[in-house]
Structures are given as C-alpha cells and as structure tokens.
Design a protein around this ligand. Structure first.
Ligand SMILES: [Zn+2]
Length: 404
C-alpha cells in the first residue's frame, strides 16, 4: 500500500492544537498518521514527502445548509433588504414565480463549483425541486440533497404526507419550518427520518414572526399564510407566552441527535437546555441572518451548553456573498468567540451535524484524507495567530486541494 506524507508550515487537525511543521501520512485515501513532520517521517522512513510550504493544511470545509436551486435569484440579496422577514419571503416567491426555472440549473452548478473551489467538500442542500439531485453527480465533493416539505393547512399536510410515502428510501427529506409546516407533517417527516436513520434538517427560530405565531396564533406570518391558503386557516397559540420554537418541536417529538435545527436565532436558556438534553444539532447562518435583519444566534450560549454548531451559507437569495469563509469572518466579530472554535464549526461541527464525523471534519487517524491547503500571506508565529489568520482575512482564500 503506497503511503504519502503531506506537510506544510502549519497543520490544523481541528480536534487537537495546530502543529507547526506538522504532517499527515495518507494511504488509500485515509489518514494513517498525524503529528510533527520528524515523528511521522521516523515512522515511515523513505516515504515520499510533499512539502506544501507557507500554508495551513486543514480538513476540507462543510457547508451544512444551502439552497442551490435559488442561486439564480441572487439579485434579491444584491441590494439591502428593507422590511420584515415575511416581506422578504413574499419578494422571493414573487421573483421565483416570475423567473421560473430560467437559469436555475446553470446558476446552481456554478454556485456549487465555487463552493467546492473555496474548500467545501460536503454540502447539505435543501430543495423543493429535483435540481439538487441532478447536481449530485456534478459536485466534485459530497452533495446531500434534501427534498423539502412544507404545507401549513390540513389539506396540504395530508397531500404531502401521501407524497412522502412514495419517496424512495434513499431520498433525504427535510421540513421547512414550524411556521409553514403542519405539525402532522412535521411528525411524519421525523418518523420517516428515524425509521431510515437519516438526518432531518428544519429551519427553526429564524424570524421573530415565528415566535409570535407560535405564542399568540397571530402576527404578520399568520396573516401572510392565511392570505395564501386556499383553505380556512386558523392558528391557535401553540406554546406558552414564555416558550418558543424548541418547546414546540420538543413536544411534537421532533428533537433528537439526528435533527438539525437551522438558524436557531431566537432561543431562551430553557430551549438551549432542551437542545443540549436531546443532543439535537444546530446550524448557524450568520450571513443570511444579517442580511435579513432577523437577529444573530446566541453562539456563545450554544458553546456554554456544550453544543458546537455547524455553519451554513443559506441561499444566494438571502446572502450577498455565498462563502463559508465569509460566514467565519462574520462570526469572528463576536467578542469572546475564539477563532479555533469558529474553524471547528466550519469543519467538525458540520460533520457531526450531518452524521459524517467518522470520516470528515478533522485530521485524525482513520478519517478521510480530504484536505485543503490555505496559503498564509506571511509567517505566523503561534497557533493563536494562525487561527486568527484563517478565519478573519477579507475576501476568499485561494485554496489548493489535496485529493484524498
Ligand atoms: Zn434555508
């Protein structure tokens, strides 16, 4: 079995401290050793060593939430959004029905290739159409294509539950959001995911309107949904005035270690306790949250509860610049949040959220040797300076890939 060594000025294993002049030994696409170059070379004498110079060798990135099928609607995010989240949803639906699928496939393909080129190897993508399925073969990394379900009226819920029964077992499915998806449909999606051992992503606590709807049965989102429904639609308060989306999902039986709560902006301490207790995963989308003005997720509180969130770009329709590096940069503005934690979110957090941490997310023996090289502009003196350099520079890093 051919063994190859890769070394660079810095090695970032993620689950361990960065190693100056560290090395990884690779055989058949798997990592067989990680450590300082001298130690790894001593273990494998005479083996070819590729020295990648003034760069950081890290695991590939994981984008745990995107909507490639909206890539052709990026004009929505190219000027500031004024108004509520509900107003943005109305704009999105109007533009989508006006444009149809025109340009959708080519924009989605270009977008996922761009993400790959900037170091993303695993992409969890949500779509209402089959477009993401068609991209699975064309994305050079691993694309998890989730078929999204929604429908808030009784009739839509019944119709969609019948549709769900016809899905092939291999198809991944996701739930849209508590404000848009009938509780019976949410439960059907979760019980199917549980039966098949699949992850169930769901947008949770993204707009303040969701909380208002669940607590009071009213507000802007309720009015919007009533206006769109072709049926009678009555909302009742679904949680107590002090409770929120996580209480609601918990009581529906939706939360366990295979549920991925995306956004998770408006959460109380009690809800963080529930998340920690159930082991439910969290994916933050700071760029989209900022663009839509819905608030920012309590990232330090998640960490205090032992939850390492994943990171996602969300779609081009709500994010002016689709780049996981930019998501990290935005998080780096959070006082008290360490750069190494941010980088762990973009790698190990994503892998764990998608149930792929046996293979991805860190450089460790037995894992996939799916690595990227991030050039360093100048020599960095210590691990702290290195991690700062990785997560905060403006623009995109120019990435070199090391094929596993
Ligand atoms: Zn989304």
């Amino acid at each position: 079995m051919a063994i190859v060594l890769h070394t660079a000025a810095w090695l970032v294993p993620v689950a361990a401290l960065p190693i100056k002049k560290g090395a990884v030994a690779v055989a058949a696409g798997k990592i067989v050793a990680v450590g300082p170059l001298a130690e790894v070379q001593a273990r494998f004498p005479g083996v070819a060593t590729h020295d990648h110079g003034e760069a950081a060798l890290t695991p590939a990135l994981i984008n745990a939430h995107s909507h490639l099928e909206l890539a052709h609607l990026h004009e929505l995010s190219q000027q500031p959004h004024v108004g509520s989240f509900t107003a943005w949803v109305a704009k999105l639906l109007a533009l989508r029905s006006q444009k149809g699928d025109n340009g959708a496939a080519s924009a989605a393909l270009a977008e996922c290739r761009r993400l790959y080129d900037e170091g993303v190897s695993v992409l969890a993508d949500i779509g209402n159409s089959d477009l993401p399925l068609d991209l699975m073969d064309r994305f050079p990394g691993r694309l998890l294509a989730f078929h999204e379900y929604l429908g808030i009226t009784e009739r839509d819920s019944d119709r969609n539950r019948a549709r769900l029964q016809l899905e092939a077992d291999s198809r991944l499915c996701s739930a849209h959001a508590p404000y848009s998806t009938h509780p019976a449909l949410l439960q059907a999606l979760k019980s199917r995911a549980r039966r098949l051992g699949q992850i169930l992503p769901i947008h949770v606590a993204e707009p303040p309107e969701e909380l208002e709807l669940l607590r009071s049965g009213g507000g802007e989102m309720a009015a919007f949904s009533r206006a769109r429904a072709q049926d009678e639609l009555h909302f009742q308060p679904a949680v107590a005035p002090t409770e929120g989306s996580i209480h609601y999902l918990y009581r529906l039986g939706l939360l366990d270690a295979e549920t991925l709560c995306v956004h998770a902006v408006h959460l109380s301490e009690a809800e963080l306790d529930i998340l920690a207790g159930t082991g439910a995963k969290v994916c933050l989308c700071p760029g989209s949250n900022r663009f839509l003005g819905v608030g920012s997720a309590p990232v330090l509180r998640f960490l205090a509860h032992g939850i390492l969130p994943a990171l996602g770009t969300d779609s081009s329709a709500s994010n002016p610049e689709l780049s996981l590096w930019r998501e990290m940069r935005l998080l780096a503005e959070t006082p008290g949040l360490k750069p190494e934690t941010i980088f762990a979110m973009a790698t190990l957090g994503g892998a764990a959220a998608l149930g792929l941490d046996r293979d991805f997310g860190s450089l460790a023996v037995g894992k996939s040797a799916d690595m990227i090289l991030v050039p360093l502009d100048r020599a960095v003196p210590d691990p702290a300076g290195l991690m700062q350099a990785l997560v905060s520079p403006p623009g995109r890093h120019v990435i070199k890939r090391i094929a596993p």
